[in-house]
Design a protein around this ligand. Structure first.
Ligand code: IVH
Length: 688
């Protein structure tokens, strides 16, 4: 009996240690973004814990990571009355409104001194309240009407960045009660992947990341919530009995006790600095991994906040400076059908041109027939159109109040509008496809893709020219491009002697590309730019990739069964093998290990600079980053010295980053790097 007791005691201790350790590593990973152990070691700990919990269910701790998996569906959410009302923010839309806000604040505080503010990105997600009692998470709730929200605790627990218990230093007491508030978001890339999956499964897509986040948080089946890539950024506490005096300190404190806090908060003195912070954020907007719709400006000092108080459900000490809208309404003048590179028929709305976020938009995708039906978009309708980041504009919804009597419904044709082939719709797939691989529309789109900058980069081969080349029968596949003669080109409409020579020159220049670019150019289904470089990283040559089995492909980190099957099928096709053979004959083939000089550019923002890449980049494989650096004129070096001009530091950057800081070498993080790339590409685009 005594022994058994001892066993139980030691099991309890082991379980407890494992929970502490796993929660700490989870914090390092999800909040600090600086893991100290491998995913494998982490998974092993979780497995050990799960085994022990199965054997000794009564010893399971309330904050065990195994309670993050979700539970069976509930019928409805219980209402939850907020311990203090959740306020909203007044909005401002211009610099002058911010200056007025600052004046109101100073007048109310009776001061002419500069006020200290904290600016934070206004995350475009869904608000979340978390209640902790004696350090343990007891409630997660939505905002609701600000007084009463919904109790979504089981769902909140599935979010990896929500701590199940607070990180309180040993020996210190957790507060009796702590109410923390923040915003739950889905990152743009996760959102797109989620929608892509839904499109393929013929499910309705989410209109935007905010809807996806809100929908995910309010799932009655928390296992679905657990499967969605949610993140919770926290920025406030209610019932303020916190050991800090300012918003700025609060953010740091929240981070220390376990919460994910947005790193882009800034401390500003006076309204001028606030406006500077707004314009910085506006510039960053598109390159951020998540959507933001403005800047929140808060008086830093809690005592001043208290003095300012609130009016009609919003604090007097804060304001939201909104960004220009990325959604506008306009009229659908027509709906046409485009045939894509893979034969997919995409309905596209032809719009009354409208400016959205500084760009004129005259077309928007309607995705597929199911989406047209679900949104019930008709020709003549007024619709809400959205343009977010680099994404193709899309129709979000119909403004039904504005529907005229004479709208006409649109039905996708049953034959390809270009070649007349009978359209097929594969069971379980949302897209209707033209099955004719020689369909001129498919050919034109594949050439366009092949010639694009991130692929073979054939300068001067634009859409109009491709149309002419295909229509005249001069080009039947991409290999034909390389056997075009000067005479053939000059025979085309509006093709001057000089342009023909230029095109031949850029075709010649385009022939030798890295394996990554070449693979991307081939337009293999499910192989985007990123995946192309993942494959290139793993295989040293095109031949070895072509010989790879589905199993070998699937064994690569980041390659799923779908991609593996698609790559394998592509290279098994007789037609594709012939094409690659023909490309080789005309001198087009990938060179994986190009000597540096072959890729180096002498111009660009990094011209003549020695650049060291360290750590892992979240947005692209290493080889791709190296290529981009070279295309901007940089030379890749492997170690950091006084001669190094720039260090680009990704995640888990270690000794090289330290050395760079010690030597005072300029360092950029991934985001700054991406911004530079974007600027560079923007300027290139203008010169094209
Ligand atoms: S503070 C009393 N900070 O915007 C002030 N709100 O209209 C409470 N939001 O309901 C809000 N990012 O859902 C604050 N950094 C941020 C925010 C933020 C997004 C949302 C939040 C709030 C709404 C205010």
């Amino acid at each position: 009996m005594g022994n058994e007791n001892q066993d139980i005691q030691s099991m309890k201790q082991r379980i407890s240690d494992l929970v502490d350790e796993i929660n700490e590593h989870s914090y390092r990973y999800h909040v600090l973004d600086a893991p100290t152990i491998s995913d494998f070691a982490y998974d092993m700990m979780v497995r050990e814990l799960e085994d022990l919990e199965r054997k000794y269910p009564s010893l399971k701790r309330h904050d065990s990571p195994s309670s993050r998996v979700g539970a069976a569906p509930s019928k409805q959410f219980e209402p939850f009355i907020h311990p203090a009302p959740m306020l909203s923010l007044q909005n401002a839309f211009s610099d002058s409104e911010i200056l007025e806000f600052d004046e109101r604040v100073r007048k109310a505080l009776d001061t002419t001194e500069h006020i200290e503010y904290v600016t934070e990105p206004k995350l475009d997600g869904v608000a979340l309240e978390l209640v902790y009692e004696k350090g343990a998470l007891v409630v997660g709730a939505t905002r609701g009407d600000g007084t009463t929200g919904e109790n979504v605790t089981t769902n909140a627990k599935t979010i990896p960045s929500v701590p199940l218990s607070l990180r309180i230093p040993k020996g210190e007491q957790a507060p009796d009660k702590l109410v923390v508030r923040g915003e739950v978001i889905i990152e743009k890339s996760d959102f797109q992947a989620l929608n892509q999956k839904r499109l393929e499964a013929s499910q309705a897509v989410f209109a935007n990341p905010r809807n996806a986040a809100a929908g995910s948080l309010r799932q009655l089946d928390s296992r679905i919530t657990a499967s969605r890539p949610l993140r919770a950024y926290m920025y406030a506490t209610a019932l303020a009995s916190v050991p800090v005096d300012t918003q700025w300190q609060l953010l740091q404190w929240l981070k220390n006790i376990g919460f994910l806090v947005n790193p882009l908060a800034r401390k500003c003195t006076g309204p001028k600095e606030v406006l500077g912070s707004y314009s910085d954020m506006l510039h960053k907007r598109d390159s951020l991994p998540y959507e933001i719709d403005g800047l929140v400006i808060k008086v830093n000092d809690f005592e001043l906040q208290r003095q300012l108080g609130e009016i009609s459900k919003s604090p007097r000490w804060a304001i939201a400076y909104k960004f220009p809208a990325v959604q506008e309404t306009t009229k659908v003048n027509d709906i046409i059908v485009q045939v894509g590179r893979t034969g997919a028929l995409t309905p596209v709305a032809i719009l009354e041109p409208v400016r959205i976020g500084g760009v004129e938009v005259s077309r928007a995708t309607l995705h597929n027939q199911d989406e047209i039906q679900r949104k019930d978009v008709r020709i003549g309708d007024t619709v809400l159109v959205q343009r977010a980041g680099d994404v193709i504009p899309e129709v979000v919804s119909v403004v039904l109040q504005k529907r005229p009597d004479d709208t006409s419904r649109f039905v996708l044709p049953s034959t390809c509008p270009v070649c007349g082939s009978e359209v097929v719709r594969i069971e379980g797939e949302a897209a209707a496809r033209c099955p004719n691989v020689s369909c001129p529309a498919q050919l034109k789109r594949s050439i366009q893709h092949f010639a694009s900058r991130d692929a073979m980069d054939i300068d001067g081969l634009g859409t109009k020219l491709i149309e002419q080349l295909v229509d005249a029968g001069l080009v039947k596949d991409v290999a034909d491009l390389y056997t075009l003669s000067h005479q053939e080109l000059s025979s085309l409409d509006r093709m001057a002697d000089k342009s023909a020579s230029n095109l031949l020159e850029s075709l010649k220049k385009s022939r030798k590309k890295s394996l990554g670019k070449f693979l991307f150019a081939l337009g293999i289904r499910h192989v985007g730019q990123h995946m192309a470089f993942v494959l290139a990283d793993r295989f040293s040559s095109l031949e070895s990739l072509m010989a790879a089995s589905t199993e070998e492909l699937e064994a690569i980190d980041g390659v799923g069964p779908e991609v593996a099957a698609s790559v394998h099928a592509f290279f098994s096709s007789e037609r594709n093998r012939k094409l690659i053979e023909r490309l080789t004959e005309v001198g087009v083939y990938p060179l994986e290990h190009l000597p540096d000089e072959a890729l180096e550019q002498t111009t660009g923002p990094l011209a003549g600079q020695k650049v060291v890449l360290t750590g892992t980049l979240g947005t692209m494989p290493r080889r791709q980053a190296q290529e981009i650096i070279r295309s901007m004129g940089g030379q890749i070096a492997s170690s950091v010295s006084k001669k190094t001009d720039l260090v680009i530091a990704g995640e888990k950057a270690g000794s090289k980053l330290k050395k760079a800081t010690d030597l005072g070498v300029k360092v950029m993080d991934e985001r700054q790097f991406l911004e530079m790339v974007k600027d560079f590409r923007g300027s290139q685009e203008k010169n094209r």
